[in-house]
Write a protein that binds this ligand. Sequence first.
Ligand SMILES: Cc1cn([C@H]2C[C@H](O)[C@@H](COP(=O)(O)OP(=O)(O)OP(=O)(O)O)O2)c(=O)[nH]c1=O
Length: 203
Amino acid sequence: MMKLILASSSPRRRELLSQIGVSFDVMSADIDETPLASEPASEYVVRMAREKVMACTSSLEGLQTVTILGADTSVIVDGDILGKPDNYESAKEMLLKLSGREHQVMTSICVVTCSLGRTPESADLMTRLVTTDVKFRPLSEGQIQSYWNSGEPQDKAGAYGIQGFGAVFVDSIKGSYSAVVGLPLAETAELLSTAGVAIWQQY
Ligand SMILES: Cc1cn([C@H]2C[C@H](O)[C@@H](COP(=O)(O)OP(=O)(O)OP(=O)(O)O)O2)c(=O)[nH]c1=O
């Protein structure tokens, strides 16, 4: 079966991928995550997942054939792309924007197989974009302050984690829960199967 590398330093993505019975190695892909001027959110999220994968292919050594998986998650509200907050002020601004209303979480995944160290071309990349609607309850400033103090918002897009304390802010969700956490598992399984990577059914 094909060997897999997860191009990510996110502990959530590691956990989600393990959940569907995939064996993999991890490589972190450091890229510039600044959106281009007036880049639509859907294009930005797809580009980020592709760039994470491509950054990983360029640092691969050896002649082994491997498949690489990368992903990107952003929170979108009023057309604004919310990434990870830099500080309390930016987290507060994000959470006030999300308070009492619906927003979108966009997660894209990208999968490519590198044959014998050959650099893949863009036509070789398989991508999927998954959009999920999440509705928040109204948040008070006190809640936002104590949420920040919990340490949870710091490394998460939109300054919240649905899988953690942030669950108490969520009124409803329409779409893929795993995509909100960082990796849409149905779409991931589909692309990995196409690439010949074993998931739980193949054991
Ligand atoms: C909305 C939301 C995001 N997140 C996380 C998932 C991602 O790890 C993070 C979004 O940042 P990303 O830039 O997508 O990922 P990352 O920098 O953590 O990891 P890498 O680029 O190395 O793969 O936010 C949650 O854990 N829960 C949530 O509910």
